[in-house]
Ligand binder design. Structure first.
Ligand SMILES: Nc1ncnc2c1ncn2[C@@H]1O[C@H](COP(=O)(O)OP(=O)(O)OP(=O)(O)O)[C@@H](O)[C@H]1O
Length: 259
């Protein structure tokens, strides 16, 4: 049984079929990229894989558990966490508190224990602080732990989003355009970071991206969507050479096939 099994997933918005018969099997530890031009349906797939949208038809199984119909927080508790194309941070909280809050929001907190500050609570708080600092260290943000999130450079805000997602110990990490808004010279750093996270945390990663150059060196497999349909899939070299992919990118005036 694969870690994630998605079968015949489709969603209609009125008369528009935004995602049509999407299938995906992901093994533990894999890194899968979903690419495609604007409006291809990539974010909609993520929205279905995180319970934000309920598919019109199809099934999603995580570790054999049927996920369709569950709420977003239940997807998160089952082990699917995501970042967003538009960064979502607590901008007036510190970098460290942003990561800590991801834990607090993800786990049930016992209010009585919080107020009583039992030895167990103090110990778990200490362990939590250590985990936060460990994660910030791995993501190159340890020296910025006390800065307000809003004062971080853009690339660091993206790293912080990933740290927040990792704080929930996900089985599957979904990254929605992790280099959106970054300048070309930052792409390679982020690609290295994503590959390193996969290795260090043993986490399975599915990411959406426009930039071919970003996904080519790090993805095991790539799926290409266009107008909601899967037009190609395979290892990066196969996909890059696929005429349908070249047409979807270049035919639509899309310029990132080589960038
Ligand atoms: N809630 C919604 N209601 C109506 N239409 C929607 C909704 N969400 C997405 N769509 C439509 O579904 C299609 C796919 O959109 P989606 O955002 O998934 O594309 P995308 O591949 O992520 O594009 P981009 O790269 O621009 O983010 C688009 O035509 C979009 O307008």
């Amino acid at each position: 049984m694969s870690l994630l099994e998605v079968k015949n997933l489709s969603i209609m918005f009125g008369g528009l079929c935004a995602v049509d018969n999407f299938n995906l099997e992901v093994e533990k530890g894999e890194l899968i990229a979903i690419i495609g031009p604007n409006g291809a349906g990539k974010t909609t797939v993520f929205n279905m894989l995180t319970g934000i949208y309920k598919p019109t038809t199809g099934t999603i199984k995580l570790d054999g558990v049927d996920m369709v119909g569950l709420k977003p927080y239940q997807f998160a508790r089952q082990g699917i966490t995501r970042t967003f194309q538009n960064i979502r941070l607590f901008s007036n909280a510190s970098v460290a508190d942003n990561v800590k809050m991801a834990h607090t929001m993800h786990n049930d907190q016992n209010l009585a224990k919080c107020f009583l500050r039992t030895p167990g609570m103090v110990k778990s708080e200490r362990e939590l602080d250590e985990k936060v600092m460990g994660l910030l260290d791995r993501l190159g943000l340890a020296d910025k732990a006390n800065l307000l999130a809003k004062n971080l450079p853009y690339g660091d805000q993206r790293r912080l989003e990933i740290a927040r997602a990792l704080m929930t110990d996900p089985k599957i990490l979904l990254l929605d355009e992790p280099v959106a808004g970054m300048i070309t010279t930052e792409l390679e750093d982020m690609a290295n970071l994503v590959a390193q996270i996969r290795k260090d945390f043993g986490v399975t990663i599915i990411l959406i991206e426009h930039h071919m150059n970003f996904v080519m060196p790090i993805a095991d497999r790539i799926k290409v969507l266009d107008f909601g349909k899967t037009i190609a899939e395979g290892v990066p070299a196969e996909v890059q050479a696929n005429p349908k992919v070249i047409e979807a990118y270049l035919g639509g005036g899309y310029q990132n096939v080589a960038t």
